[in-house]
Design a binder for this molecule. Structure first.
Ligand code: NAG
Length: 215
């Protein structure tokens, strides 16, 4: 049925993206499929408008293999709402974007649970392979409203040094104010709405399970 076609088309899109990237890599070394999709998403966003907003119609619950934190429910599965029959490279890019957004909202879900348990978290430290993906990092900052710090990365060190310098020269009253002005955290309003949809996906999934468990 259509769902199967969708899977095939996603695969076809992926192949198409890989071929495009291979072609690109002849001229531009160090490009990979993620940086290709990142720059494709930027070109899809209207000039000046944020990439985030492209994800307003496609919502994912990312627990394709159960949820560890904060729900500890290994029975949960992935969900995607908002698929169409269209199968262009743009659709692949949007699916990729909604995956990143779902992972960032999953991080926010963990942070909320920690906040409810009395913890006060003000900064996210990211490391590992995904921290090299600029879009992944930026969407984590935008979805959680927290500054994201990348250890061992020149950019984070430079921005941190610049923030301290800006405080020393009294451009800002406090380190916190300088971070807010310089570390580019934003778009929380959009993500408040997207987070509400995100949580409902999970509630609905439990409802479907309960219906099927009736005897
Ligand atoms: C994240 O928020 C910043 C600041 O509002 C914005 O410039 C940026 O476009 C947003 N999204 C992404 C994906 O960078």
């Amino acid at each position: 049925g259509p769902a199967f076609c969708k899977l095939i088309s996603i695969f076809a899109c992926f192949l198409f993206a890989v071929l495009k990237v291979l072609f690109f890599s002849l001229s531009m070394i160090e490009r990979n499929v993620y940086s290709y999709l990142n720059s494709h998403l930027s070109s899809m966003a209207n000039s000046g408008s944020a990439v985030d907003l492209l994800g307003s119609g496609l919502h994912m619950w990312p627990d394709f293999h159960g949820n560890r934190s904060p729900l500890a429910d290994s029975t949960l599965k992935g969900m995607v709402v908002g698929l169409s029959v269209s199968q262009t490279i743009e659709d692949l890019a949007l699916l990729y974007l909604s995956t990143i957004q779902a992972l960032a909202l999953g991080t926010r879900h963990i942070l909320e649970a920690m906040k409810d348990a009395g913890h006060d978290i003000r900064t996210i430290f990211l490391c590992g392979g995904l921290s090299k993906n600029a879009l992944f990092v930026q969407i984590h900052a935008n979805a959680t409203g927290l500054p994201v710090v990348l250890p061992d990365q020149t950019e984070a060190v430079l921005i941190g040094a610049a923030i301290l310098g800006a405080c020393a020269s009294q451009d800002f009253g406090s380190v916190q104010e300088a971070i807010e002005k310089m570390a580019k955290v934003g778009k929380v309003v959009f993500y408040n709405r997207k987070y509400e949809v995100f949580l409902r996906l999970f509630v609905h999934q439990r409802e479907y399970q309960a219906i099927m468990d009736q005897r």
